[in-house]
Design a protein around this ligand. Sequence first.
Ligand code: NAD
Length: 519
Amino acid sequence: PATALQVLRLSTAAEASSIHGTHPPRVRNLIGGEFVESQSEDWIDVINPATQEVVSRVPLTTNEEFKAAVGAAKSAFPQWRNVPLTARQRIMFKLQELIRRDMDKLALNITTEQGKTLKDAQGDVFRGLEVVEHACGMATLQMGEYSSNVSNGIDTYSIREPLGVCAGICPFNFPAMIPLWMFPVAVTCGNTYILKPSEKDPGASMMLAELAKEAGLPDGVLNIVHGTNNIVNNICDDEDIKAISFVGSNTAGMHIYARAAAKGKRVQSNMGAKNHAIIMPDASPDATLNALVAAGFGAAGQRCMALSTAVFVGGSKSWEDELIKCAKMLKVNAGTEPGTDLGPVISRQAKDRICKLIQSGIESGARVVLDGRDIVVPGLENGNFVGPTILADTTSDMECYKEEIFGPVLLLMKADSLDEAIHIVNSNKYGNGASIFTTSGVAARKFQTEIEAGQVGINVPIPVPLPFFSFTGSKASFAGDLNFYGKAGVQFYTQLKTVTQQWKDAPGQGISLAMPTSH
Ligand code: NAD
């Protein structure tokens, strides 16, 4: 499969203007509408996690190149903000059509660089595509408000105006969906953009930028710079960047939130998670088992909404046996292999970290009822594979519970009552998502009311809302107050202006220095 994949990959790379045809190909920056090769001396290998093959090389963009990208975005802004809103929407209509056209290419690139299965990679693209579709309705989403005659002959109305240059910093786990959470909403509101893809899998962002260009997005409206900490710090510090969207780990997210806020920027920061499922004794067995297995091990656990902890109320033995049976049937292989359920994790370091956390769980008293650490995939012995792993009798003082594992590891816990289970979930510092599995409306309603998580599932394992709502992580999973996409996403990327107007024929009533009121 590696050879076939390589051939396919090179043929897509050869067509792509965003990749230079050297071996391994060099990923370009996008500055002012041109795909340009960085002059940097420092490059990072983008590695196929199933094969360890170097897919491409990504630059640590220089400070001058970064300045040029911000300059291009800044000079494109005055013209772009004045492009009629309907014309900006039309570019999004075209973009969604082009993403559909290139769905397979995008998915193959994601599988090659990130590792997830082709079907899951299509889901990655599709969930991002839905945000592009949502941006097609910006004329309604961006509407202001109007109040007539707030005082005698005076009306007040509000306008949502673009901010200027905005920036997005992306994680590795959804190489298409997360860039698409960011720039389509921002640019359709009239902003210009600097995107910093994950250095681990920049390919999908480059393909999306090519499609945006083909859809008619003018030069300089979307710019892409690659790199790591230095470029991120430049984004936080730059006076011309007004807002930052971040998705990734807590270490990076809290650093960016503080550093950018010190420069007066607005920031929305989606971060780590530990998502729990509470399973009531009356839960429907088959549907619940399927949900736990799919949400626990899908994408090799590398989803911020992965279900990583299952809390069983009133006994877990029968669930445990069934879970092991189902998890054992999952097929671990390269994401390009038909029938694969789990691909590799992103890097050797990620695999080592996951294995260490499993080991620490065992050492502190958890029972490993399924151990995927020693899995070997024939022909891909160097791949970063971790098989489905289940740790039973986990308790909340264990490191494997406190840390986000971000791998195919499901922790099992027990609680005597729903109250105790809710207490466990609420004591966790993260608040991205939580689900309950039950046939009792009373239990579901209590859970919905008392649970301290931003995204709540009732018999739904990964309750990520579609773009007409927002992605609403809370507690340590989010910093900022305006969430990604939905109404909040539009508010994040726009500045409210209020206009108060007076048109009267009546003659002036003399000067009054008192505060105007409507008395
Ligand atoms: P990461 O924080 O390592 O990287 C994210 C981005 O930040 C990258 O572009 C990287 O270059 C940059 N970065 C990393 N360390 C930095 C530092 N010290 N200073 C400045 N910039 C830095 O995250 P990742 O490993 O790519 O992604 C996995 C994490 O993302 C997990 O914690 C996962 O839960 C989280 N995530 C959250 C959501 C959500 O919506 N809440 C969605 C997807 C992923």
